[in-house]
Design a protein around this ligand. Structure first.
Ligand SMILES: NC(=O)c1ccc[n+]([C@@H]2O[C@H](COP(=O)([O-])OP(=O)(O)OC[C@H]3O[C@@H](n4cnc5c(N)ncnc54)[C@H](OP(=O)(O)O)[C@@H]3O)[C@@H](O)[C@H]2O)c1
Length: 281
């Protein structure tokens, strides 16, 4: 099971020998205005480090930036909508030119699903999920990789979801977008292995954030956002290829793979979930 994977990169092996610690000088985080991304920003905030924080809501982003400055970090913020992938790529290149990024954390994501009373998801929402959860993070990871390969240093973190492992009938757009990101992260990691650039895919279960608070179904084994940030930072430090938490979901993933399709379909079709409408703005 990959959450307990012993497969580690060269940096982690060196760490075990007491040689180096991964101590990034510049960390760029998307989705830094809320939830897991905001906690990761606070986790990495310290004097001597530059944080480049991206978000969509300027006021929330500024609050996180202020916390991080109080903790001694130099902070630059950028407000943009990741549904515009071309603008995101250009923005990344601008930020990376000013502050070469050695840790790129693509945490931004959009959670959405079919409402209880609806027969299908909305086509426009599925498009938005594909752009924000898959297309733009994959493009940004590639833009980061292009630069990191030249510097022969860097680490990229992609926030997937355990929803990627299951064909959720009420959230085809979300689980499909995260499944795409999951496969992308695996392929990117193998493509970059020889260049000294690491990739960690993070697949969380439920984490207590504004995103999960909209969901009204049961949320077993929910973690807090600070707990999630600590687990992710440790996985980065250990150069893990894939972090799944809580561990139970790594087991469910294997069950989903080995279960005969008719049984899996019958279980999936019985699953129900609902969510509150998205907050305006
Ligand atoms: N919470 C969970 O239970 C859970 C479980 C599995 C996976 N995840 C994944 O973990 C990641 C973080 O989620 P979270 O729980 O921290 O959610 P959250 O509190 O809702 O935060 C989501 C972040 O993504 C940003 N974002 C969303 N749409 C955007 C857009 N179009 N353009 C730019 N930024 C956008 C938000 O920016 P603004 O707030 O500024 O709009 C916010 O900073 C996501 O990728 C999510 O899919 C979460």
């Amino acid at each position: 099971m990959e959450s307990a994977s012993k497969e580690r990169g060269p940096m982690a092996n060196a760490q075990q020998n007491g040689e180096i610690r991964f101590d990034p000088v510049t960390v760029l985080i998307t989705g830094a205005s809320s939830g897991i991304g905001a906690e990761l920003a606070r986790f990495y905030a310290r004097s001597g480090r530059t944080l480049v924080l991206w978000g969509r809501d300027a006021a929330r982003l500024e609050r996180v930036a202020r916390d991080c400055r109080t903790m001694g970090a130099t902070v630059r913020t950028r407000v943009l909508d990741l549904a515009d992938g071309h603008a995101a790529i250009a923005s990344f290149r601008e930020d990376d030119t000013d502050h070469p990024v050695d840790l790129l954390i693509l945490a931004a994501g959009l959670g959405d699903m079919r409402q209880h009373a609806e027969r299908t998801e909305r086509a426009e929402t599925v498009l938005e999920l594909g752009l924000v959860n898959y297309a733009t993070p994959a493009a940004l990871a590639t833009a980061g990789a292009e630069r990191m390969v030249l510097r022969q240093r860097g680490h990229i973190v992609l926030l997937g979801s355990v929803a990627a492992f299951h064909a959720l009938p009420f959230a085809a757009g979300y689980s499909g977008s995260k499944a795409g990101l999951t496969r992308f992260a695996e392929a990117l990691r193998n493509g970059l292995a020889e260049y000294g650039v690491g990739v960690t895919l993070v697949s969380p279960g439920f984490v207590d954030t504004p995103m999960s608070r909209r969901v009204s179904s049961a949320k077993p084994f929910m973690q807090t956002a600070p707990q999630a940030a600590r687990l992710i930072a440790r996985a980065v430090e250990e150069e893990r290829p894939h972090l799944i938490f809580p561990r139970l979901f790594a087991g469910l993933r294997i069950l989903d793979i080995i279960m005969p399709r008719p049984i899996r379909d019958a279980i999936m079709r019985r699953l129900k979930a609902d969510q509150a409408p998205r907050a305006a703005g």
